[in-house]
Design a protein around this ligand. Structure first.
Ligand code: NAP
Ligand code: MG
Length: 497
């Protein structure tokens, strides 16, 4: 049903939200500052977007504070808040094409991926937290009979969320849904590469009945709007998804300001282990390719390190090469494209540099490796595989955030686990084996927030997502994410005998 022509036509008259949304109203930056939102698939400027700075962040935080202290949202019966979040989920689906296009045009992902995965995924997250929030009970402590002690969860107040560009709508939803469900007010800063879907989402939230001031969006640059949120004395909690480097800045901002809670979802270099007793090597190869080439490799939990048992190594590489060919990038608006454009010229250049460096350090190029020009834009990278990657090479250690896979051979289970855990990161890992005891041993030994067994990138709103080490701490999704958005209150009632 969907064709390139359909999406091109739809894109030509698409409404592009370009103002901040503060206190329920569209707002320009006070100094008139804007930044250009560029389509990486054409290098055309899509719109000039308000570049929020200190002044707008102050307004947004004040609005969020007012809404939290005086407004109805935090005081609403859970069943009522639930209705609003369920309405928002429905509105997201009603605007599925529009939201999919906004993300695709902004950051280059295939529009059909946004349509089939990102948009329904974000609707599901709002619906799930909406459904959950009136089924949460608090606790009574097992005190001696002379007292009653309740342990209740309370909203924190003003939550600031700073998110990246790789899944713009979903990263916003993962933060907003539980934060709002818990009764907080939120100020959201999308990445400068991808402000549109967050701004549109906030408009839909208003339409669904989220009161003015409860959800504010301040597009802008990281060093301005992002830093101002990190340092703000009236933000209670800062949730972040992005690079490890910037995550570290947020911990510093907190220490320099009001010791706001900081929760970080940062980078990764996730290992994928394929053992010789894996029965379905073709599926393992297909998923290994998906694990690194989906979303142009711009995935925090991308399976960017592949460890294959030496006895099956060469055969596996052959299968993998065939699978890689299916991930050649194309016009993101073409439903036939499985991969699209890299988010911008800067990131494309960094991926190119990582490829060049891997070659210089002695890794063996199996396929890909080139920057491509498609329809006049050169923000494309071929699906790229290097073999013979040594644990000391930068390709084994540093996150590329592009479609570049590092393959190494191993001889024993013990060696495979050691190589997999030899990283500063600990976000995700995958294991392929049909030996029941082996998968249990290995899954336990891997240092990762999520271990996928006989699949990759296992992800569902029902299970926590996040990592350890320098991939961050705290968890998105599932009921566990409420730990980020609420604090415990103990109330002790001393009783007379
Ligand atoms: P990034 O450069 O760290 O940016 C993330 C956010 O932080 C953006 O909104 C950015 O704003 C802002 N920012 C940048 N510099 C800042 C500063 N000095 N002070 C305050 N805020 C600042 O990351 P990205 O390039 O957008 O995304 C890729 C990274 O995200 C990868 O490392 C990936 O692994 C990670 N990621 C992690 C997860 C996870 O769940 N663990 C999920 C997705 C992505 P501007 O864009 O406007 O500069
Ligand atoms: Mg950025």
């Amino acid at each position: 049903m969907y064709t390139l022509e359909f999406w091109q036509k739809r894109a030509s008259d698409l409404y592009l939200p370009a103002n901040a949304l503060i206190d329920g109203k569209p707002v320009n930056a006070q100094d008139g500052a804007t930044f250009a939102a560029i389509n990486p698939a054409t290098n055309n400027v899509l719109a000039q977007v308000s570049a929020c700075g200190q002044a707008e962040v102050d307004l947004a935080v004040a609005s969020a504070r007012r809404a939290f202290e005086q407004g109805p949202w935090a005081r609403m019966a859970p069943t009522e808040r639930k209705k609003v979040l369920l309405r928002l989920a429905e509105l997201i689906m009603a605007h599925r094409e529009e939201l999919a296009l906004l993300d695709s045009l902004n950051m280059g992902k295939p529009v059909m991926d946004a349509y089939n995965i990102d948009v329904p995924g974000s609707a599901q997250v709002f619906a799930w937290y909406g459904e959950a929030l009136d089924k949460l009970y608090d606790q009574v402590a097992p005190t001696a009979p002379h007292a009653l002690a309740t342990i209740t969860r309370e909203a924190l107040g003003v939550v600031a969320a700073v998110v990246p560009w790789n899944f713009p709508l979903d990263m916003a939803a993962w933060k907003l849904a539980p934060a709002l469900a818990a009764g907080n007010s939120v100020v959201l800063k999308p990445a400068e590469q991808s402000p549109f879907s967050a701004l549109r989402l906030a408009q839909l939230a208003l339409q669904a009945g989220v009161p003015e001031g409860v959800l504010n969006v301040v597009p802008g640059l990281g060093e301005q709007a992002g830093q101002a949120l990190g340092l703000h004395p009236d933000v209670d909690c800062l949730v972040f998804t992005g690079s490890t480097q910037v995550g570290k800045y947020f911990m510093q901002y907190s220490a320099q300001s009001n010791l706001k809670q900081v929760w970080l979802e940062c980078g990764g270099k996730s290992p994928n282990l394929v053992f010789e007793n894996c029965q379905d090597l073709d599926l393992a190869a297909e998923k290994a390719a998906f694990g690194i080439f989906f979303n142009q490799g711009e995935v925090c939990s991308a399976n960017s390190r592949l460890y294959v048992q030496r006895s099956i190594h060469d055969e596996f590489i052959e299968r993998l090469q065939a699978k890689a060919r299916q991930w050649l990038p194309g016009n993101p608006l073409d439903p036939a494209s499985r991969a699209g454009a890299i988010v911008d010229a800067g990131q494309t250049g960094r991926i190119e540099a990582a490829i060049a460096r891997a070659g210089q350090e002695g890794a063996r190029l199996i396929c890909g490796g080139r920057r491509l020009t498609i329809d006049g834009s050169d923000n494309y990278i071929e699906p790229t595989i290097f073999a013979g990657v040594d644990g000391r090479m930068s390709l084994a250690r540093e996150e590329v955030f592009g479609p570049v896979l590092a393959v190494s051979a191993f001889d024993s289970e013990e060696q495979a686990v050691r190589l997999a855990n030899d990283s500063i990161y600990g976000l995700a890992a995958s294991v392929w084996s049909d030996d029941f005891n082996q998968v249990h041993r290995v899954a336990r030994a891997l240092k990762a927030g999520t271990v996928s067994v006989n699949t990759v990138d296992a992800l569902d709103v029902t299970v926590p997502f996040g990592g350890g080490r320098q991939s961050g701490f705290g968890r998105d999704l599932s009921l566990h994410s409420f730990d980020k958005y609420s604090q415990l209150k103990t109330t002790w009632y001393q009783l007379r005998a």
